[in-house]
Unconditional design. Structure first.
Length: 365
């Protein structure tokens, strides 16, 4: 069983070669903005990224025809339940059209589809960022014609639930968890029997503020910001999504450099403490969603390498349930584990939903 995993980001291409019990071979191919600029927008980078990945695989003597499966990170496609899906023509069409949003992960699906056609290797994606399992109650926004949708760190969140349950001998489909993924953006979700029945939409700016994102702001303040930026909605989105949170306060999203000033700079300690406070509030809200029946609170993502910050959150929420910390994220490993479940028959592929079915629940709101 030999599985190739791919995870494409805006300035990086991550690959992993997983073969039975052998240690995985992984690489992160970095792309400077100067290197990418002549290629145009993200979707114009397909040939460039495909060539780089093929070159790396040939260089380590693992050419594509030797793989049993390709597991790509899902992109911004139509809403789906969590699980495993084949990369079929409709998935590729949705990824190429960017009708649901533009992200480098869309390229990963398109390249996987091409390799599938060129080499006859099946390709899947696992627990896509657009995993949407919200209940009807959670989907109502409070304004007719606008509904809450879901885009969050589903791949890593569901992986840490499986890891915890594996360590404890529990069935993840019979327990409830709250998972807080704390990276550049934050998502905090209530998981009932492995379904994310409520979670903030991290792509659309919901939730606690984070190293890069402003999180929940009042409607009036968003309108005032847009006015300050000349009514430019694109600039407003960039300000809130890329340059909000810690970036807006300190001109950096580097949590470790700010932690080094925590004891000396009262402003740094105030903002970092508030960031943890807001995460804790979100965890409390998810406890209400689950009616207090929570097996464990799981903290994960890059911010969780800081024992200071996870300690602050733990002290705030430990009354809800015990807290476990899984620092960092390993999406390549999560993709491999999903691919292994698929090849072994432990978990089958779900049918990619028709667009009408994917939108039906939303239309009712």
């Amino acid at each position: 069983m030999k599985i190739l995993t791919t995870n494409l980001g805006s300035t990086s291409t991550k690959l992993g070669v997983f073969e039975d019990e052998n240690a995985p071979l992984t690489a992160t191919l970095r792309h400077s903005r100067e290197e990418l600029a002549p290629l145009g927008d993200i979707m114009a980078q397909q040939e460039y990224r495909k060539h780089l990945m093929e070159e790396w695989l040939e260089g380590i003597h693992h050419p594509l025809p030797t793989f049993s499966l390709i597991a790509a990170r899902g992109g911004l496609i139509r809403p789906v339940e969590g699980g495993i899906y084949r990369v079929d023509e409709q998935v590729a069409e949705d990824a190429a059209s960017c009708r649901f949003g533009t992200h480098a992960a869309n390229l990963g699906l398109l390249i996987a589809a091409r390799w599938q056609e060129e080499h006859g290797i099946p390709a899947v994606f696992v627990d896509a960022p657009v995993t949407d399992e919200l209940t009807p109650l959670a989907r109502v926004s409070g304004f007719a014609g606008i509904y809450r949708s879901c885009a969050f760190h589903a791949l890593n969140a569901k992986r840490v639930i499986r890891l915890y349950c594996g360590d404890e001998g529990l069935d993840p489909y019979r327990h409830n968890f709250i998972v807080a993924h704390l990276g550049g953006g934050f998502s905090v979700g209530a998981f009932e029997n492995m379904r994310a029945i409520d979670v903030n939409n991290a792509v659309e700016g919901e939730g606690p503020f984070s190293p890069e994102r402003a999180g929940n702001l009042s409607s009036l303040n968003v309108l005032r910001l847009c006015e300050r930026l000349g009514g430019d909605t694109k600039r407003t989105y960039e300000a809130l999504y890329r340059n909000g949170g810690l970036q807006s306060y300190f001109g950096t999203n580097d949590v470790s450099s700010l932690l080094a000033k925590y004891e000396q700079d009262p402003q740094v300690s105030l903002i970092l403490d508030s960031m943890c406070y807001n995460v804790s509030k979100a965890i409390g809200a998810m406890a209400a969603v689950l009616r207090g029946r929570v097996e464990r609170v799981l903290l994960t993502g890059g911010v969780c390498y800081s024992e200071r910050l996870t300690g602050i959150i733990t002290r705030q929420v430990a009354w809800i349930a015990p807290v476990s910390v899984f620092p960092g994220e390993d999406e390549l490993a999560a993709l491999y584990e999903g691919g292994r479940r698929y090849l072994s028959g432990e978990e089958g592929a779900k049918p990619y939903p028709a667009l009408a079915a994917a939108e039906a629940a939303n239309a009712k709101c």
